[in-house]
Design a protein around this ligand. Structure first.
Ligand SMILES: [Ca+2]
Length: 364
C-alpha cells in the first residue's frame, strides 16, 4: 500500500510558501434516560477490535487490539456549512484559514533557520484541491494541491467561490482549533480516536469498511470517494467531484453517514504513528479503556507538528492510492491546518450513562 500522501501535501504547501529545506442498526440504549440531542445517535458502550493486522494496511493501523469505550452520543452526520454558519453568526468566530499566518507561531513548527517568507505569502488562505488536467506523478502532491489565498470555509475554492448552495455539505477548511471551538459552543466535543472508530464500524467486528468487506466499486458507489484514475482522470460516477451533501449515501449500522469518504474528520487525540503499538507496550496485556491518545504527537511524515488524528478518508480517496476510507485508516494533521477535504463531527457524553467503567488504562 502506498505511503500516506495528504499530510505530505501539507508539507508541500508549506514548502511552496516557505522554501523549506526538504522535510516534511442503533445499539441498545443502555443507561440512557435523557432525550436524544437533535441530530445525534446513541452508541452504547462496549468493547471492540481497534486497528487491524491486515498486512496491506499501513503500519500505523497495527496491531489490532481490544478497546473499551463508554457510551456516547455522536452526530449522525458531519457538521454542515449551515451548522457552522450558525456558530459563526452567533459568536463572530474567525477560522484559522481566515486569519493572517503568524510567522512566530509557524516558525516554531519548522526547522531552525527556516527563512521567513515574503509577507504576501502569510496572508489568510488554505490548501485547495485542484484537479490536474492531465497525467501527473503520484509522488508529487503539488500537482493537485494549491495554496490559495482567501480560501476558507466561506470560499471553499478561494475568492469567487462560495459555500452558498452547499449549505448541506460538510464544512471544510476548518482546523482542529476551529472544530474544537465549534464543539465547545455546541456543548459537545470532538470524538476520541477510539470513539470514532468504534462508531464508524457500526457494530461490524473486524471488517474492512463500515459496510463490510466488499471493495468500493466505481459503478455502485457506497460513499463519496474518488472514481476514475487518481488524481486524473476523475470520472465522478457518484456525482460528486468534491464534497457531497451529508447523508447522500447509506448510513452504517449505527445510522451514521459518511464515516467513509466525503471529508476527513478531526478527532480529539494527538496523532502518534505507532500509537497502538505504544499503548500495548505501555501496559502489556491490559485492555485500553476510553483511551485519549498519546501525550506527545509523533508523525514521521511531519515530525515538527503537534499533529491530531483525522479519520474516515475523503472525496479524494481511491483504492489505487491510499484507500483511507477503510475503518482502520488513520493519519495526522497539524492542528492549525484546514484543507478542502477536512471537516468533523462531534460527540457528547451522557452524564446519566450507567455503564460501569471497566478496568483498563487510557494509553497516554
Ligand atoms: Ca466522489
Amino acid at each position: 500500500m502506498r505511503a500516506s500522501r495528504d499530510q505530505r501535501a501539507v508539507t508541500w504547501v508549506l514548502a511552496g510558501v516557505l522554501t523549506l529545506p526538504a522535510c516534511g442498526g442503533a445499539p441498545a440504549a443502555q443507561g440512557r434516560v435523557e432525550p436524544p440531542p437533535p441530530g445525534m445517535v446513541w452508541v452504547a458502550g462496549g468493547e471492540f477490535t481497534m486497528g487491524t493486522d491486515d498486512p496491506s494496511a499501513f503500519a500505523s493501523e497495527r496491531p489490532a487490539h481490544r478497546v473499551w469505550v463508554d457510551g456516547f452520543w455522536i452526530d449522525r452526520h458531519e457538521v454542515t456549512n449551515r451548522e457552522f454558519a450558525a456558530f459563526v453568526n452567533a459568536t463572530g468566530y474567525r477560522t484559522t484559514a481566515e486569519r493572517p499566518i503568524e510567522w512566530a507561531e509557524l516558525a516554531r513548527q519548522l526547522p531552525p533557520g527556516t527563512p521567513p517568507p515574503p509577507a504576501e505569502q502569510l496572508q489568510p488562505g488554505s490548501a485547495v484541491f485542484v484537479a490536474p488536467r492531465g497525467p501527473v506523478a503520484l509522488s508529487d502532491p503539488s500537482a493537485w494541491w494549491r495554496w490559495v489565498p482567501g480560501a476558507s470555509w466561506r470560499q471553499p475554492e478561494g475568492p469567487g467561490s462560495t459555500f452558498q448552495g452547499r449549505e448541506d455539505h460538510p464544512v471544510v477548511h476548518v482546523s482542529w482549533h476551529d472544530a474544537s471551538a465549534f464543539a465547545a459552543w455546541a456543548g459537545k466535543r470532538l470524538p476520541t480516536e477510539a470513539e470514532w472508530e468504534y462508531a464508524a464500524r457500526g457494530g461490524l467486528e473486524g471488517r474492512r469498511y463500515p459496510w463490510g468487506d466488499d471493495p468500493a466499486r466505481d459503478d455502485a458507489p457506497r460513499c463519496n470517494i474518488w472514481q476514475g484514475g487518481f488524481p486524473w482522470p476523475g470520472r465522478h460516477r457518484d456525482g460528486y467531484e468534491r464534497t457531497a451533501p451529508v447523508e447522500s449515501f447509506a448510513p452504517n449500522g449505527y445510522g451514521l453517514s459518511d464515516v467513509a469518504g466525503n471529508v476527513w474528520e478531526w478527532c480529539e487525540d494527538r496523532y502518534r504513528a505507532d500509537a497502538f503499538a505504544h499503548c500495548a507496550a505501555e501496559a502489556p496485556g491490559v485492555r485500553p479503556s476510553n483511551p485519549h491518545g498519546p501525550a506527545i504527537a509523533w508523525d514521521p511524515d511531519a515530525p515538527l507538528g503537534d499533529a491530531r488524528v483525522i479519520r474516515g478518508g475523503s472525496f479524494l480517496c481511491h483504492a489505487s492510492y491510499c484507500e483511507a476510507y477503510r475503518s482502520s485508516a488513520r493519519r495526522g494533521l497539524a492542528p492549525d491546518t484546514g484543507m478542502s477535504h477536512v471537516g468533523f463531527r462531534c460527540v457528547k457524553e451522557h452524564r446519566s450513562d450507567s455503564t460501569t467503567p471497566p478496568q483498563g488504562h487510557e494509553c497516554r
